[in-house]
Design a protein. Structure first.
Length: 540
């Protein structure tokens, strides 16, 4: 079909110029940048007929480039190639914008890294930026394809409506509408056109969705911390709870109220969820004073729904002297306190905090943390808190976490596979990262996988594999980390995965333990806790 051929050629014709101009507009600053950007997007605001007429003036037989095209024996006007050019010009802004956004989403420092590794500027762009911007190119191509299928004004003006040569679906619809018996044909063409365009748009939307997050949690604590590597979905989880992002499926509820349900078709908008949100970069309104920022959300609440007075929050966070200042005149710590106060004054039922201390130095963090404790203790608002970063020991030693560590201890969670079971002796042999362990008996078949838990307090360290002891398990490994946590010592041992063992400074000194030393982790069989089964194996 001519329309499909025109649409495919339109995409191919637009792609390379869009990449070049997208890179230029995304990565370079020059005097006429705004003018060039406006010129590239001009087809969006010009009537398509005007665009087609301008193409005639440029590429028609008597146009500016007409003699050049004639010398090359190339005809564009009133030819299917002219339909391609007209569609490409009209759809080009969609392609350019998608490609430019894709390039802008890639950190330019990655290209600099590639340059230091020996890649030239072109190779660095092609192998790093362009690959990472590929979703933008795909979205732009699909949008341009869909736009080309519906292009009429510029095409009929520049390429005419010649049956079998330049008659695309829109021009065919126009032709059949003027025929007495053409109504049935028009309906058929409309169905085809809508189906093709819808398919392209759905594919464009699908290609833009690159991240999947599957979460099933219940939070009942005053403070629930969310910790994980960058890109794991911590912020996405907060955005789902806040209503800023809609899940594909599932349910979100707060205080027995359903905020979102795909089965019940409930999706409460963010402004009706009464969920406070403190962003990583504070995002204070720069044109408002501190007091105006604080009162922005509070003033939108009915008086009866306001739990906290302005003076109460100002005193709690000690920001009274800052009320008349604008955000540009506040320090990082002051801005975060104001952002926290702004969220609290909306009288939230839940407070979301997305790495609020990530951009602050350690001194500012130490000054902000007491205010968070005040909020937790004085206002009794549950908090969902994304932990910015830091290794296991840094988090464990945090003043907020250390009391829990002392009370409950650490537990190592290992993924193991059952090798054999002995119901009579009450044990199972399992494979654990290339080593063997004996665990309490569980009625699972060989080959089943499950989680087991080993408390750090239940691990005894030995320089050599012991003999004549009742301890049945000895995992061989290498010391990778020794850290001070609340006056105790946590030793990480690499046994195929990292295993945390708790001991005392005196024991480390007597055994002369240091990083890199070989060591055995001794664990009693019945101190091992059985966790949930993994995989598809059924109980016997």
């Amino acid at each position: 079909m001519l329309s499909l051929r025109v649409a495919f050629c339109c995409v191919l014709l637009s792609l390379v110029p869009a990449v070049l101009l997208g890179w230029l507009l995304a990565r370079r600053e020059f005097p006429l940048k705004i003018a060039l950007d406006g010129l590239c997007h001009l087809p969006l605001v010009l009537p398509p007929v005007v665009t087609g007429y301008l193409l005639l003036l440029l590429f028609g037989r008597r146009g500016v480039f007409g003699p050049v095209l004639a010398a090359l024996d190339l005809q564009l006007a009133f030819d299917w190639k002219g339909a391609v050019l007209a569609s490409a010009v009209v759809g080009f802004p969609l392609m350019l914008r998608s490609v430019r956004l894709g390039i802008e989403s890639v950190d330019p420092r990655l290209e600099r890294v590639a340059r230091t590794l020996g890649a030239g500027p072109v190779r660095a762009f092609l192998t790093v930026t362009l690959r990472l911007a590929a979703p933008g190119l795909l979205v732009g191509s699909l949008l341009t394809f869909a736009r080309s299928l519906g292009e009429f004004g510029a095409t009929i003006t520049f390429a005419a409506n010649i049956a079998g040569q330049t008659r695309t679906i829109p021009s065919a619809i126009y032709t059949y509408l003027n025929q007495p018996d053409g109504e049935s044909r028009v309906v058929g063409l409309i169905v085809v056109s809508v189906a093709l365009s819808l398919l392209a748009l759905v594919a464009s939307e699908w290609s833009a969705r690159r991240f999947a997050l599957d979460v099933d949690i219940e939070c009942h604590h005053a403070v629930t911390a969310i910790y994980g590597p960058s890109g794991a979905g911590k912020t996405s989880l907060l955005n789902l709870v806040a209503g800023l992002v809609q899940p594909d499926a599932g349910e979100i509820s707060l205080d027995s109220q359903t905020l979102f349900s795909s089965t019940q078709r409930i999706d409460l908008p963010p402004e009706h969820r009464r969920v406070g949100y403190v962003f990583q970069d504070d995002l204070l309104f720069p044109h408002l004073s501190t007091e105006e920022n604080l009162c922005y959300g509070r003033d939108l609440l009915p008086a009866a729904a306001r739990r906290f007075a302005l003076d109460q929050i100002v005193d709690l966070l000690e920001i009274g002297p800052l009320l008349k200042r604008r955000p540009g005149h506040l320090s990082g710590g002051e801005r975060q306190r104001v952002a926290l106060g702004r969220a609290l004054l909306t009288s939230p039922r839940l407070l979301l905090m997305d790495e609020p201390l990530a951009s602050l130095d350690q001194g500012l963090k130490n000054r902000i943390i007491p205010y968070l404790c005040h909020v937790r203790d004085a206002l009794q608002i549950p908090i969902l808190y994304v932990v910015a970063h830091g290794d296991f020991f840094t988090i464990a030693a945090h003043p907020q976490v250390l009391p829990l560590v002392e009370e409950h201890g650490f537990e190592n969670v290992l993924d193991v596979e059952i090798a054999a079971s002995d119901a009579e002796r009450g044990v199972c042999e399992v494979r654990c990262h290339g080593q063997q362990l004996k665990i309490p008996y569980c009625d699972y078949p060989a080959g089943s996988r499950l989680f087991i838990g080993i408390r750090a307090d239940d691990i005894v360290l030995a320089r050599q594999r012991p003999e004549g002891l009742s301890v049945r398990n000895a995992l061989q490994g290498t010391i990778s980390t020794i850290a001070d946590v609340g006056g105790k010592r946590l030793i990480y041992v690499d046994v195929g995965r990292r295993l945390a063992a708790k001991t005392t400074p005196e024991a480390i000194e007597e055994m002369q333990l240091s990083i890199g030393d070989p060591i055995y982790c001794l664990v009693k069989t019945h101190s091992i806790r059985l966790g949930p089964q993994l995989g598809r194996a059924d109980k016997r």
